[in-house]
Design a protein around this ligand. Structure first.
Ligand SMILES: Cc1cc2nc3c(=O)[nH]c(=O)nc-3n(C[C@H](O)[C@H](O)[C@H](O)COP(=O)(O)OP(=O)(O)OC[C@H]3O[C@@H](n4cnc5c(N)ncnc54)[C@H](O)[C@@H]3O)c2cc1C
Length: 372
């Protein structure tokens, strides 16, 4: 049985690996000239790590990562709003990692046969019968996995009436800096803006910032330094240490809920199916879960025990409710974090101050307790 995977990001490569390990002939078509990820960090939370472990990659991923459950949330002038019980979170849920995106992509690439990977091929159209039209010709497969991200060509072909991605009102910057080492990941909330940082295994620090902005507003490092001047240490120091050419800025989008992730022989996976705001740090984690579940659910189809379309419907039932719920939760967290009115931000900060760490640890359970 042949599976064609469109898109060689984290989701597509994980799906290819999960299917390959189950005996599928896989082929990944990636439009970029090479398989690469952006220069930023990524949190791999306990559920995502379980998915990677089931792909046989747990140790290799851990070797590139720092284990650092989130320490807490601070106010822009410094005081803690939430101080997590990191040991309790780790005991309850398992290790919480941060690593460089490129390292995760490399681990996935190395686990796949090189002849399954084809870069520089842009897919133009996909049909629900498994036909794929790309820059070099046409091919067919028993299953087509659309893992081609937020602006998925697979989704546009097979779900022509689906609503396009929606801008959520804030833009995001990411950068990796060489600066004083940090001991854990911390986020700081102000009014309509946030800053976060986390240690990487090589001693550098992964930083990100988010601020309310009109869609398409480009702000360089100078503007970012001005926006976060006066925030507590070490935020201005990290921004001073940043390389202006290595700061990434992306507007933040989410995908309105789809009615189904599958049609005929085609399944959507990762951001193509459920692009979500980055507030919970779960987008890649959900793509990894999708990959593992898809391969497991397709097993009867591979062995001739069920039609592909029927197996894919089971994938939709297994994945859509969970991913859409997590996307909603992520959106609500962003709405709370990005309040601009002084009174609403004060009410938010007061509520956070009064929330016991045990409640925070428990509230994460439905997201983090996923098992294969
Ligand atoms: C600021 C920010 C911070 C984040 N932080 C985290 C985090 O800490 N933890 C976490 O779990 N998630 C995080 N996420 C979410 C995470 O990055 C995404 O959910 C994840 O990368 C999605 O992977 P994907 O493979 O589905 O899509 P993508 O990474 O978008 O990959 C899609 C691939 O398909 C290719 N492609 C597109 N169109 C075509 C085509 N027509 N033909 C062929 N190839 C095509 C693209 O080139 C790309 O390589 C964050 C997101 C953002 C924006």
């Amino acid at each position: 049985m042949h599976a064609l995977i469109i898109g060689g990001g984290i989701g597509g490569l994980a799906a290819a690996l999960a299917l390959h390990r189950n005996g599928w002939q896989v082929r990944v078509l990636e439009q970029a000239p090479a398989f690469t990820e952006v220069g930023a960090g990524l949190s791999i939370q306990p559920n995502a790590l379980r998915a990677l472990e089931s792909l046989g990659l747990g140790d290799r991923v851990r070797a590139h990562a720092v284990a650092d459950a989130p320490v807490g949330i601070r106010r822009s002038d410094g005081p803690w709003l939430i101080r997590n019980d990191v040991d309790r979170i780790t005991r309850r849920h398992g290790p919480w990692l941060t690593l460089h995106r490129a390292d995760l992509l490399d681990v996935l690439l190395q686990a796949l046969p090189s002849d399954a990977l084809q870069s520089g091929v842009q897919v133009r159209q996909v049909r629900r019968d498994g036909t794929v039209i790309h820059a070099d010709g046409t091919c067919t497969a028993d299953v087509v996995v659309g893992a081609d991200g937020l602006h998925s060509a697979t989704r546009r072909s097979v779900w022509p009436d689906a609503a396009p991605p929606r801008y959520v009102g804030y833009t995001t910057w990411r950068m990796i800096v060489t600066a004083r080492p940090v001991e854990g990941s911390v986020e700081t909330w102000g009014r309509g803006a946030r800053f976060g940082y986390a240690p990487l295994a090589d001693g550098r620090v992964y930083c990100y910032a988010m601020a309310n902005a009109r869609q398409g507003t480009a702000v360089g490092l100078g503007g970012l330094r001005r926006r976060f001047a006066g925030w507590h240490d070490p935020i201005p120091e990290f921004l001073d240490a940043a390389d202006p050419d290595a700061v990434l800025q992306h507007d933040t989008y989410e995908l309105p809920d789809l009615d189904t992730f599958v049609a005929g022989r085609v399944a959507l996976l990762g951001d193509a199916a459920h692009a979500m705001t980055p507030n919970l740090g779960q987008g890649a984690g959900q793509a990894l879960e999708d990959a593992v579940v898809l391969a497991r659910i397709l097993e009867p189809a591979r062995t001739g025990g069920a039609p592909v379309a029927e197996a894919l419907r089971a994938y939709d039932r297994a994945r859509r409710p969970r991913t859409q719920k997590i996307a909603r939760r992520s959106r609500r967290l962003g709405e709370m974090a990005h309040r601009t009115s002084a009174s609403l931000a004060f009410a938010r900060d007061t509520a956070l101050l009064m929330t016991p760490p045990s409640i925070i640890a428990r509230s994460m359970t439905p997201v983090l307790n996923w098992t294969t």
